[in-house]
Design a protein. Structure first.
Length: 56
C-alpha cells in the first residue's frame, strides 16, 4: 500500500468537510447543488479583509 502525503490527506479531508457541510444543509432543508461540495471556500484572510472593521 502506498503511503499518502500530508498534502493529499489535507485535500481529502477538505473535500470531505465540504461534502459533509453540503449534506447537513440539505438535511436542514436548504436547497443545494452537487457543485456546492466542490467549490473552494473563502480563506480567513479574504473574509477579514472584506468584513473587518476599519480603525479610524
Amino acid at each position: 500500500m502506498k503511503a499518502l502525503s500530508t498534502e493529499a490527506k489535507k485535500a481529502y479531508f477538505a473535500q470531505t468537510r465540504r461534502s459533509n457541510f453540503a449534506a447537513s444543509l440539505r438535511l436542514e432543508g436548504y436547497q443545494t447543488q452537487p457543485e456546492d461540495a466542490s467549490q473552494t471556500l473563502t480563506s480567513r484572510e479574504e473574509i477579514l479583509r472584506r468584513y473587518g472593521k476599519v480603525k479610524p
